[in-house]
Each structure stands twice: as structure tokens, then as C-alpha cells.
Write a protein that binds this ligand. Structure first.
Ligand SMILES: Nc1ncnc2c1ncn2[C@@H]1O[C@H](COP(=O)(O)OP(=O)(O)OP(=O)(O)O)[C@@H](O)[C@H]1O
Ligand SMILES: [Mg+2]
Length: 319
């Protein structure tokens, strides 16, 4: 089934109450602790949309991205790809090549010993496409991302922006349903960032993949995404359209992220302190120790994620 034959209102990916924790042991004699990286996350990724995932460093964005791609199994909950359970590692025969990832650092995601032609052809070979056809399609995809006659060269011969173009070609060469973009421009200079973002938009127009677009930068997410999920300590605290988030944010954490957006003050300054450890999460609303509006109930009960208007969810007692 290609992207064009999916109904517009059919989610390509659905997460149902997904949680993921890690068991941590700091030293040989240290006791084991549970780190809750992702807690009770549910959402749908619709065909061809660009869904943003934003939040501070360490809030669980990459873990959620890996859960969506099948690279990491959940501790509990369900990941449905086209309505069916996602096979582990995303590589069960029917899902192979259908969910691809683009990472922050293309230098570590591209094998330095492989020519870029071979790197881009690799996902096709994994799908069982014939070697010659894979090479031809890889060259064509490299040309589509603006890199002609480069297939025999190696990653170190390219600039950061060009390497990220190669990573985009590799992610899109199988015409996947979903591309998880995990901070794809965070390591690039501002001028190059815009080029890579525009390339991702062009690729979406041509091949209609849905993007889960992960970034700590609300400006970048605002440029790319129609819908935004705001994450705090592993939980979704606000989910709404970009326009809603930018014009009338309801969660105090979203407000702080917006206030920090101009770059004059960091989220830590605005919120007085850093993200608490996901090992010792605060009781009640996990945001209450940093919340300027917190009242008694916030210290006692975790607020549910409730719908404040159609398609707009907020996890706050006061919203
Ligand atoms: N394999 C792992 N083992 C133990 N802890 C992990 C593992 N992967 C992630 N974590 C922890 O889970 C939490 C969330 O990490 P994650 O990388 O998902 O955050 P992030 O939002 O992507 O951060 P950043 O913006 O810095 O990339 C962190 O506290 C991290 O230390
Ligand atoms: Mg990350």
C-alpha cells in the first residue's frame, strides 16, 4: 500500500498508552532504580502530516522516536502501524523500510567506510530490491536531494548540510510511510538549517511521508509542523494545532517554552531551574515544582490530559 492509497483520515501510526522505563544501576553495589523516560503517551500520526514533538533536553523525545520506529520495544502499551502491531525493530517483513529515521548527526548515522551510493541503496537492498536497481534508485534519490554524481564519494568529503541531504536521501529512498526526524537540523548552522528544512518540506510534497518532527526548538517546529505535542518529563502536557500553541498556549510549560523562544532567556531561567530527574519524579503534577501557578491540588494529584476544545489537549488542573 503506498501513501497515495491511504485514506486521509487514517492514522499511519497510533500510540496507545505507551510507557518506557529503564532500569538504572549507578555502581556495582548501588541499588537498582527505575527511570521513567516515557509515560502513558497516546497520539495518532496522520497520513502525510508533520507532527512536532517539542520539550527540553532529557524529557524523552528521542526515546519516544525510537518507540515509534520499533527500534525500542515499549514497557507497556501498543504501537500500531497502519492499524497493526508494529513488529520489533520495525523490520518484520511487511513493515521493512516503511518507517525511517533521520538523526541529528549525519556523520555518525552514515557509515564512513561506505560510499554514499551504497549507504543510500542499503535500505532498498534490505527490502530485497535487486542490487542494480537499488543503485539506480539511490543515484536518482541523491539527485532529487540536490547531489548529482556523488555516489562513489565518501561521507567525509561532504559538508554537514550535504551529509544531512544524504541522510534525507537514505531515509526517503524506500518511499516510507513515516520518517522520524530526531533533531535533524540542530547540529547545522542557521543558514544551512533553512535549506535542510526546505528540502524536508519538498520531499514531503513529492512523496507524502508523515513526519514525526522532534526538536527542542519551538521556532523550527513552528516552521515545519501543523500540529504540536509538548512533552515534559516523559508525558504529553499539551497537544494542539500550531496556531493554537503559538497564539494561546494553555499549559504553563508551553508558555515558558514560547517565552524562551526569542533566545533572550532560557527555559531554565524562566522556570527557575532544570528538568527534575526522571528517576525521582515529583508527586502530583510533575511540573508543579517549576510552575508559577501551582496550587495545593497540583502538589497532590497528577492532572489527566483533558480535551479543552476539539483536538486540543492539556494536562493541567488550572487549564
Ligand atoms: N538506553 C537508556 N538507558 C537508560 N536511560 C536512558 C536510555 N535512553 C534514554 N535514557 C534516559 O531517558 C531520559 C530521556 O532521554 P531522551 O534521550 O529520550 O531525551 P531527549 O528528550 O531526546 O533529550 P535530548 O533533547 O537531549 O536529545 C533521559 O533521562 C535519559 O538519560
Ligand atoms: Mg534526543
Amino acid at each position: 500500500m503506498d501513501n497515495a492509497s491511504l485514506k486521509p483520515d487514517q492514522p499511519v501510526l497510533q500510540l496507545v498508552e505507551i510507557s518506557r522505563s529503564f532500569t538504572i544501576k549507578a555502581g556495582f553495589l548501588a541499588e537498582k532504580k527505575i527511570l521513567r523516560a516515557v509515560e502513558d503517551v497516546s497520539f495518532q500520526l496522520m497520513r502525510g502530516e508533520c507532527l512536532g514533538l517539542v520539550g527540553e533536553s532529557g524529557c524523552g523525545k528521542s526515546t519516544l522516536g525510537r518507540l515509534c520506529s520499533g527500534l525500542l520495544p515499549p514497557t507497556s502499551g501498543q504501537v500500531l502501524f497502519l492499524g497493526r502491531d508494529l513488529p520489533e525493530a520495525g523490520c518484520g517483513s511487511w513493515a521493512r523500510g516503511q518507517i525511517q529515521m533521520i538523526f541529528q548527526d549525519p556523520f555518525s548515522s552514515l557509515n564512513p567506510r561506505m560510499t554514499v551510493g551504497d549507504s543510500v541503496a542499503e535500505p532498498l537492498l534490505a527490502q530485497g530490491v535487486d542490487a542494480k536497481v537499488s543503485q539506480e534508485q539511490a543515484c536518482a534519490m541523491l539527485a532529487t536531494v540536490g547531489l548529482k554524481d556523488v555516489e562513489r564519494r565518501y561521507p567525509h568529503e561532504f559538508s554537514g548540510g550535504q551529509r544531512q541531504r544524504i541522510a534525507v536521501a537514505r531515509a526517503l529512498v524506500t518511499k516510507p510511510h513515516i520518517v522520524i526526524c530526531d533533531e535533524p537540523v540542530s547540529a547545522l548552522d542557521a543558514s544551512v538549517q533553512a535549506q535542510v528544512l526546505n528540502l524536508l518540506c519538498d520531499m514531503q510534497e513529492q512523496f507524502s511521508p508523515a513526519y514525526l518532527f522532534i526538536s527542542h526548538d519551538l521556532n523550527v517546529v513552528g516552521f515545519m509542523c501543523q500540529r504540536i505535542l509538548v512533552m515534559y518529563l516523559g508525558r504529553i502536557v499539551e497537544a494542539a494545532s500550531r496556531d493554537a500553541i503559538f497564539s494561546d498556549p494553555r499549559h504553563p510549560y508551553t508558555k515558558a517554552l514560547l517565552a524562551a523562544r526569542g533566545g533572550k532567556a532560557s527555559t531554565e531561567t524562566i522556570l527557575h531551574g532544570e528538568l527534575p530527574s526522571p528517576i525521582n519524579q515529583p508527586l502530583g503534577c510533575t511540573f508543579h515544582p517549576r510552575c508559577p501557578k501551582a496550587v495545593d491540588i497540583c502538589r497532590q494529584n497528577l492532572p489527566p490530559l483533558k480535551e479543552v476544545s476539539p483536538g486540543w489537549m492539556v494536562r493541567c488542573h488550572l487549564a
